[in-house]
Design a protein around this ligand. Sequence first.
Ligand code: AMO
Length: 403
Amino acid sequence: MAFALVRDGSGTSQVTLKKGTTDPALFALLGDLPRESVVEVEGTVQRSAKAQRGVELLPSRVEVLARAEVPLPLGVVDKVGADLDTRFNHRVIDLRKPAVRSVFELRTVLLHGFRNAFLARGFLEIETPKLLRQGVEGGATLFGVDYFDTRAYLAQSPQLYKQMLLSSGFERVFEIAPAFRAEPSDTVRHLTEFTSLDLEIAYPDGAEGLRTVLEEVLAEALRTTRAELTARGNPLADGVPEVATPFPRIPFATASEWVGRPGGEEDFGPDDERAIGERVDRELHAPFYFLIDYPTAVKAGTFYAQRQDANPAATWYCDLDFRGLEIASGGLREHRIDRLRANIASAGLDADRFPGYLEAFRFGMPPHGGFGLGIDRLVQMLAGLSNIREARLFPRDRYRLDP
Ligand code: AMO
């Protein structure tokens, strides 16, 4: 007796060869076939208490569709783990592992969940240019590209375009698209190419109304993701939390006290974020929470962030964190052109560099606000991955451009 395990998208099945019953040529063919080869098997299915799926296939014909080379650069079914670099160097093989594949089923279902939640709320899906003349999120992380006889940059975010479309009367827009940042630091939470989920709405009911839109969309996407993954038998379903809204709101000043910097006007680093996440978990039992009212000093470069009229030292900007990791940031935008120009100048930038953006404000721009959310970080956390790179099919970082 001999067994061949055959795998497809639906799982692994057992092919059973029996001496005296099975054609001896099939013993020879399968016995000699390298692992991971692609085969077509025809035969009789019968119940089997011992086989993984309760059935086994007794083969009458086997055709080899593609023979795999030996040795495999990476094991697919072996229990021994490979280091991340080896896995990414041979990612097509790594992705054959059911546990790795399940991450991308989660990702698929999650993105559909977001899209459905946006459509149900009257949003239009937009696709904005990724080749730009100017960057906005800080010059240090811009990738330049040769663009005929001039220079262009890869978009770090759809920021300016999502805002501009509100002046076109679109009122509620979202985008799920690549964003590029020349992040030199090699961390488990940064990529050079990531997927940004952006939303922007006109006439939000203040900063609070805006935050409500994000938390409701997120909560609904998580609810449908959990249900769909459960229905599909994906083991990652249990890691998708059931979240209650509203999420806690923690003022920046309070969180600064928590991390031992009362009155501080310094952004939180990864250790601070983790400490804040642990405290929220302990005291408020919430996986998601907003850090609100960021000081103007922290957001000085973010010229589009609206300063609070009653307290110009604070903005209407916030972060959304998930168990100690920042996954989104955003807030109310400055829609009044004079103040916007002043913010651009105090960020040390020249307003003339953004003529198309400013035009949107010159001819009637509604009050508005929005968020940018990192899909890869969210998937990393939901799937319990230690490194953000595992949330992408073919990750890109400072040192990786292949495969
Ligand atoms: P920000 O720069 O905070 O805001 O980015 C928003 C979210 O995008 C994710 N993110 C990244 N993920 C992986 N690798 C990176 N290098 C990386 N950089 C950012 C994070 C982050 O919270 N335009 C504003 C958003 C807005 O105001 O609407 C922006 O881009 O999850």
